[in-house]
Each structure stands twice: as C-alpha cells, then as structure tokens.
Write a protein that binds this ligand. Structure first.
Ligand SMILES: NC(=O)c1ccc[n+]([C@@H]2O[C@H](COP(=O)([O-])OP(=O)(O)OC[C@H]3O[C@@H](n4cnc5c(N)ncnc54)[C@H](OP(=O)(O)O)[C@@H]3O)[C@@H](O)[C@H]2O)c1
Length: 253
C-alpha cells in the first residue's frame, strides 16, 4: 500500500515552489489532493502536469468569498481533510524606514489574515485525528534585515498555530509549523523577483547558510509530511528546515 493511500489533503498555495513539492509527494504516495493558488495560469500549468490526480482550485486567500467557495469544493470533492497545509505566502523586502502601508497590508493580508481565515473556514472539514501544517520562515528566529513586516506576519502565524494546537487538541488535531530557510523556488518567496535578483538571493543564501547551500522543495516537503502524518506526539511546534541557519550552527569555537 502507498504511504498516503486513503488520505485527503488540501494544500493552500500549491501551484509552484514548496507547495507544489508537497502536492507531488502526496500524489506519489496515493493521497487525494485539492490544491489552490490565486493565479489561473499557474493552476492551468499544474492541471497540465498532474492531470486528474489533483483538483486545482483558484482561491485567493485574501478573498473571503473564494475561501467559502473553496470549503464547498473541498467538502464535495474530498468529504473531509486529513492534512491541511497552509503554505501561501509572499514577501517584499525593504528596510523598515522605507516600508509603505500598502506593502504592510499586502503581506499581512496574504500571510496572516489569509492563513488564519483559511483554517477557520476549513476547520469543520478537518477529520478528528488530522493535522494542520503552516509555513512560517527561519526569519522568525534570525532578525534578518529588510524583513521586518514579513517576520511580523510569520510570527503571528506561529502564535496562531500554538493557540490552535490547544483549541483543536480535543479533536485530536495536531497543529505545527515548518520554518524554511533559503529554499530554491521560482520566487524564493519574494514578490516580483527578477532572474538577476533571484541569483543574487541564492548566492547570499548559500553563503549565509551553515550547510553552505540552499534547501530543496523536496527537503521541505519531507518535513511537512513528517509533521502531517508521522509526528503523532508533536503539536504546537515549529520545525526549522534551514541548513542550521536559525540556531547559527558553526564549526568554529
Ligand atoms: N523560498 C524561500 O526561500 C522561503 C523561505 C522561508 C519561507 N518561505 C515561505 O514558504 C512559502 C512558500 O514559498 P515559495 O518560495 O515556495 O513561494 P512561491 O513559489 O511563490 O509559492 C507560493 C504559493 O502561494 C500561492 N499564493 C500566493 N499568494 C496567494 C494568494 N493571495 N492566495 C492563494 N494563493 C497564493 C502561489 O500561487 P499563485 O502564484 O498562483 O497565487 C503559490 O502556489 C511561503 O509562505 C513563503 O513565505 C519561503
């Protein structure tokens, strides 16, 4: 029997990058998957790539009507959820003196309010004994310059996850977060990044990571699926998947 045969999963932000890595691992393991994204072109690409193995739904996490429609669709398609992975996120990098209210609102709308109300709306569909895995970031522990608002958005998600871990405990639902470091994805998690900026970001990331390299989407997917299905005595935790960056691993004394 395949690893996830009979499991029902929803990946919010599953059209590219780490979310797509999780989707592909779930499909390989035999799970039934609903994935979302806000951009129809990206959804079409996933449909072309994975065909009927998944249901790809356009749902913008900042739009309550989309989230309501997603819940209806998930109910009809899967009947319940064993793993809800809330991965959609974006960042805009700027020193805090240069942050605009518009940029602040955009990041909080997607990363924080979107994540919270997605779980609130889908929670009735979660199966008893199921799991929620949010995506935060290593910046929750590093204090990285230029990422003040982004870090605020992800620290809030960490806070939600801990309280939800308590509130969903009576239903046997575990709630955890995965906190990636530098991971190679099309956007590197940064809105509107150019190819040149992406290469520079990767170079900086490789140098700043104690393991001397960026992570892969497959490495993050393994952590998400561990928290989702195997970490049966773990709830309210944040798992760093960061090549040792968060705690500052070093070989010098
Ligand atoms: N890459 C990194 O180095 C890194 C490091 C730490 C943390 N992270 C976090 O990890 C997560 C994934 O990052 P990634 O690099 O894989 O990013 P990505 O490739 O840009 O993927 C983001 C996913 O979220 C979806 N999304 C974005 N805005 C959305 C919205 N308003 N409504 C619904 N879906 C939306 C995107 O789909 P559409 O484009 O179709 O909307 C896509 O499926 C994010 O939460 C990010 O903050 C990334």
């Amino acid at each position: 029997m395949s690893a996830y045969e009979g499991k029902r999963a929803v990946v919010v932000g599953g059209t590219h990058g780490m979310g797509l890595g999780v989707v592909e691992a779930l499909v390989d393991g035999g799970a039934r998957v609903v994935l979302t994204g806000s951009n129809e072109k990206n959804l079409e690409e996933v449909r072309g790539r994975l065909g009927t193995a998944v249901r790809a739904v356009r749902a913008d996490v900042t739009d309550p009507a989309d989230t309501d429609a997603l819940a209806e669709e998930v109910g009809a398609e899967l009947g319940g959820i064993d793993l809800l992975h809330v991965n959609a996120g974006t960042s805009e990098i700027a020193p805090f003196e240069e942050v605009t209210e518009e940029s602040y609102d955009r990041m909080f709308a997607v990363n924080t309010k979107g994540a919270f109300f997605t779980v609130r709306r889908l929670a009735p569909l979660l199966a008893d004994g199921g799991a929620v895995v949010f995506t935060t970031a290593v910046t929750n522990v590093t204090g990285t310059p230029g990422m003040s608002v982004y870090t605020g958005t992800k620290m809030a998600v960490l806070g939600f996850s801990r309280v939800l871990a308590s509130e969903l405990l009576p239903r046997g639902i575990r709630v955890n977060t995965v906190a990636p470091g530098f991971v190679e994805t099309p956007s590197m998690g940064v809105a509107g990044i150019t190819q040149g900026q992406r290469e520079e970001f990767m170079r900086i990331g490789n140098e700043a990571t104690p393991m001397g390299r960026h992570g892969t989407v497959a490495e993050v997917a393994r952590a998400v699926l561990f928290l989702g299905f195997e970490a049966t005595f773990t709830s309210g935790a944040e798992l760093l998947v960061d090549g040792g960056m968060g705690i500052g691993l070093s070989t010098s004394i």
